[in-house]
Design a protein around this ligand. Structure first.
Ligand code: GLU
Length: 510
């Protein structure tokens, strides 16, 4: 017997930008599928037309592409189980709802919104904790279980709006086997007669989801914990249709950094970090939210960080490429407890990826930004800047922002350094030092030797001279090694900067 091919799906609803928790769900599905030699499918669940947001589907596809999570099948990717957008599968759902009605497992319900409200009020008045349409209340409502078949036919012929509800069995234990949580048992007395088919001719999420998972041959349903309450109904629906149930894995929630509640879409940028992979502008309100991509994150760092929000390899290794994640991932090592998002850890990941990127590649990345600022520099020069700056930066942009002095002469000089270090005789010393440098080869080693012999000859300490030299050349109080900077800037430029700085600072101190 050949084992069944693993097929998993990521099934977002296009109701807005994808939250980073959604990206993590997609990632875990992808890692699981790839490890098992299976397929990863992208299905768009757009049956709720009221919540449809234009641009959301494109956003989802772009976000997955940016992360390197490439579906084998799905909207935009094609495949033999399509269409992969539920609105385009609309015609096929009705027959399944009808089948359940024929078999007495579902029924038509004609209740108006007013009648439903009145039922809830009645139950509230009778002190029922959670009033719902269920095995007991259905007896008192207008549906095909309480009305005669003639009445039902007449209502339908007259075009009376109706929904199709699932006939939830009374007081039965439903057992859901979850790979992460083990057996979850729920009694049907807790569950209501969910609507499967709506009066607008569309299936609800529950019906469409089960029908599609079955017809797309999905073997494992890996999704967020917020769907766990729906799982017992889904198990019952599989049973009702006589279909095999896929395996379930409900992933832990992503929590805010303080552990206080779920990290939600509405958190936007409020907590000081993005909750979306890419930036987003709401098409109706125009409200803008930032994204990890635009904040300068490497997609590899973002993916690596996300993988660790709920999973760990059980070893100290923290840096994983996508291939390594595919190799090491397992649902058994996904925790049940909510995973706290740590924005500092996200930055740390980016810093690690920045450090491991070659100077030549970083040079290409900063080139357009440097050009935008109006500077034209050789690739070699830019690579030199990156080599020195990457240890001090977490983001590519910080290389440029923190190293503008590589491109242009300082306009001001770090006040604190000047106040503490620039003394009476400093100008004269700096002039003398400049003279020595003029006659030196500009390799970092030669510069250092010249500098040290200058200190000895003048009986000066490193701390009295080096900060002043740095401030003359860069305007800054801190930065990479001064002799490395000098070597990159070259003799002509360094001498010019020293001259200019000495004259400005000595006039300030006159
Ligand atoms: N459409 C659901 C969502 O938006 C899918 C839930 C599931 O994976 O079953 O997350």
């Amino acid at each position: 017997m050949t084992a069944e091919k693993v097929r998993v799906r990521f099934a977002p609803s296009p109701t807005g930008p994808l939250h980073m928790g959604g990206v993590r769900t997609a990632l875990y599905n992808y890692l699981f599928a790839k490890q098992k030699g299976g397929d990863f499918i992208l299905r768009i669940e757009d049956t709720d037309q009221n919540r449809f947001v234009s641009g959301a589907e494109d956003y989802i596809v772009e976000a997955l592409k940016w992360c390197g999570i490439t579906p084998n099948e799905g909207v935009e990717f094609g495949g033999e189980f399509g269409p992969y957008r539920q609105s385009e599968r609309k015609a096929m759902y009705r027959q399944y709802a009808d089948k359940l009605v024929e078999e007495g497992k579902a029924y038509y319900a004609f209740d108006t919104p007013e009648e439903l409200d009145a039922m809830r009020e009645r139950l509230k008045a009778a002190k029922v904790a959670s009033p719902q349409y269920n095995a007991i209340t259905r007896e008192t409502m207008r549906n095909s279980l309480t009305l005669s078949s003639d009445e039902v036919n007449k209502l339908i012929e007259d075009g009376t709006p109706y929904v199709i509800r699932f006939k939830m069995p009374r007081k039965e234990n439903v057992r859901v086997n979850d790979i992460i949580r083990g057996w979850v048992v729920v009694n049907t007395s807790q569950l209501d007669d969910k609507v499967l088919f709506k009066s607008d001719g569309m299936p609800t999420y529950h019906l469409a989801n089960i029908v599609d998972d079955h017809s797309m041959k999905i073997t494992h349903v890996i999704r967020g914990e917020e769907w766990l309450p729906s799982a017992p109904l889904h198990v019952l629906l599989y049973e009702a249709f006589g279909w095999d149930c896929p395996a379930f894995a409900h992933l832990p929630l992503l929590l805010r950094p303080d552990g206080n509640g779920k990290l939600s879409k509405r958190d936007g940028d409020r907590l000081g970090f993005p909750v979306f992979p890419l930036s987003w502008e709401d098409p109706t309100t125009g409200e803008k939210s930032s994204g990890y991509r635009e904040r300068g994150y490497f997609s590899e760092a973002f993916v690596n960080m996300l993988a660790f929000l709920g999973w760990n390899p059980g070893t100290p290794q923290e840096i994983f490429s996508m291939d390594e994640l595919i190799e090491s991932f397992s649902l058994e090592r996904v925790g049940k407890a909510g995973a706290k998002f740590d924005p500092d850890k996200a930055k740390w990941y980016n810093q690690q990826y920045l450090r491991s990127t070659s100077d030549a590649e970083l040079a290409q990345a900063i080139k357009p930004r440097v050009a935008e600022m109006g500077y034209e520099k050789s690739d070699e020069f830019l690579a030199g800047v990156c080599r020195m700056m990457k240890e001090r930066a977490s983001f590519i942009q910080e290389i440029v922002d923190g190293g503008t002095y590589f491109f242009t002469r300082p306009e001001s000089y770090d006040e604190k350094t000047v106040r503490k270090k620039w003394k009476e005789g400093t100008s004269a010393h700096m002039e003398a030092l400049m003279g020595k440098f003029e006659g030196t080869d500009f390799s970092p080693e030669a510069l250092e030797t010249t500098f040290k012999s200058f200190l000895e000859e003048n009986e000066l300490g490193m701390g009295a001279v080096l900060p002043n030299l740095r401030v003359l050349l860069t305007g800054q109080g801190m930065g990479p090694g001064v002799f490395d900077i000098m070597n990159l800037l070259g003799k002509g430029e360094c001498i010019a900067r020293m001259k200019e700085g000495i004259s400005k600072l000595s006039s300030q101190h006159a």
